[in-house]
Design a protein around this ligand. Sequence first.
Ligand SMILES: *Cc1c(COP(=O)(O)O)cnc(C)c1O
Length: 223
Amino acid sequence: MKINRETYFQIKQSLKAGQVLVAVSKLQSVEAIRELYNLGHRDFGENYVQEHTQKYEQLPKDIRWHFIGHLQSNKVKYIAPFVHLIHGVDSFSLLKEINKQAAKNNRTINCLLQIHIAKEETKFGLDSDELEAIISSGSTDLENIQICGLMGMASFSDNMDLVRSEFKYLKELFDSTAFHIPHSTFHILSMGMSGDYTIALEEGSNMLRIGSLLFGARQYNKA
Ligand SMILES: *Cc1c(COP(=O)(O)O)cnc(C)c1O
């Protein structure tokens, strides 16, 4: 299996300082990840806990692993020793569990709160009231987590005006939340995937999560 090198370099070139590309490697082979790693890439994103821990064990330890899937509280312990950033935190109880497992591992785990921005009912995430509740409900007392920003997934749609308006909304929420939190800790806005990342960049994203454009289609049957 070959990764799309040209696309990779093209995307890297379009990024400004401070903008991060997370290569989403779920359901992709260890070899494919190694190929991108050998080009100097270090940020990889995974969705499934078991697959994630297996890949962590097989690959170089200087990879920054992003967990971007829906995380169940009872599985936090498996990724807590090594995860770099958890993108999809969508409840205070999950945040507390991450804090507990981070403490057990003697470390601080960086988290993004996932906001529901898509029209679709199926996507996970908080609304703006729930976000505010978490921010103001003593999340700063949790000493082993750091809330670093927000993450969102736009509607899976050809309607790019809709997608753009959803990203705009997330950026506004990000800015108004950042206003209340010291800027040094709250600075990541994770939005944009293969189909919509150029719009996401235009709307202020500084962290892209791109899979199929880099690796080709995922092989769901192999999982
Ligand atoms: C799979 C996934 C991606 C990457 O999707 P592509 O369309 O392959 O770029 C990004 N973000 C999340 C949350 C995902 O689950």
